[in-house]
Design a protein around this ligand. Structure first.
Ligand code: SAM
Length: 284
């Protein structure tokens, strides 16, 4: 195998060669621990096609390229294009797309990859500044992603691992929990990155559920969840009233779903949100 990109000496040498530096605005904290890279890629169900968000210098991409049939990596930073052309030169199964991942045509790409390679997984050391929009985007894409393996801030991982009643529980936890089971893969110390972030990180994995609770319209369900969490300090009734624009309807469906109207969305379980959605659907 080629020399791993993920080491302090390689990362320094690459940055020096290209007179590049880690940009805070793009959340650039490069992985410099080869064992973390190996373990992350190794558990990412990378046998088919893999989508990576933010290849940076190519540390994780390199390992994914060795394990998968094909890697599609979206990178926003133009300075990385030249770097990646060199660091990943030897891997002909890698496609680097110079684009903001939040603006790419994800549905089309997943469809294309699924047809060619059978399965599509996501694996990324996420730029922390856009963790939530990226995950919402992945959860809300209509095409199927089997596994999502991502490095996130420890506090963000806690959101997914915490259940209802926890401060950390939010709309993203419910959406994620509806489609996927979530597990912590490993904790990662700040010293495994260059530059070292101020917080510790966690690799978490979302594995697609085979039989999620059926809902009539998934987009409408996700929109309802977001509506219920709109203002966390408000009761679910107040948020729902505003979301539906109808106080009476909000009260009725909460009663029918057996949800206490004085509770807050962060106290409600996935099953309760599903019941609420079913009652709302019946009233349409
Ligand atoms: N994968 C590399 C690694 O593990 O060493 C770099 C990870 S670094 C935490 C995040 C990467 O995401 C950076 O390369 C950054 O430029 C890129 N990035 C930031 N925002 C992005 C966006 N909206 N779309 C695509 N890439 C983005």
């Amino acid at each position: 195998m080629d020399k791993p990109i993920a080491s302090v000496s390689q990362t320094r040498a690459i940055l020096d060669e290209f007179q590049a530096h880690a940009k805070k605005s793009f959340g650039q904290n490069f992985l410099v621990d080869a064992s973390v890279v190996k373990k992350t890629a190794g558990c990412a169900d990378a046998g088919g096609a893999v989508i990576e968000i933010g290849p940076g210098l190519g540390a994780l991409t390199q390992q994914l390229a060795l394990l998968s049939q094909h890697v599609t990596a979206y990178e926003i930073d133009s300075a990385m294009m030249q770097v990646l052309a060199k660091t990943l030169h030897d891997y002909d199964n890698v496609e680097i797309i110079h684009q903001d991942f939040l603006e790419c045509d994800l549905e089309e790409k997943i469809q294309e990859l699924k047809q060619k390679y059978g399965t599509v997984s996501v694996c990324s050391n996420l730029p922390y500044c856009i963790t939530s929009p990226v995950l919402f985007r992945l959860f809300e894409s209509s095409e199927e992603i089997q596994t999502i393996t991502v490095m996130v801030q420890k506090e963000v991982a806690d959101r997914f691992l915490a259940g209802p009643g926890s401060e950390n529980y939010g709309a993203i936890s419910v959406e994620g929990g509806y489609l996927y089971t979530c597990a912590r893969i490993m904790q990662v110390k700040a010293s495994c990155f260059m530059p070292a972030p101020k917080v510790d990180s966690t690799v978490i994995q979302f594995r697609r559920k085979e039989n999620p609770i059926p809902v009539e319209d998934r987009d409408a369900f996700f929109s309802l969840i977001k509506g219920c969490f709109k203002q966390r300090r408000k009761t679910i009734y107040n948020n729902l009233k505003e979301y539906l624009g109808d106080a009476e309807l909000a009260r009725t469906i909460l009663q029918e779903a057996e949800i206490d109207e004085s509770s807050r969305a962060q106290q409600c379980s996935l099953e309760e949100f599903c019941r609420l959605d079913a009652c709302r659907t019946k009233k349409r």
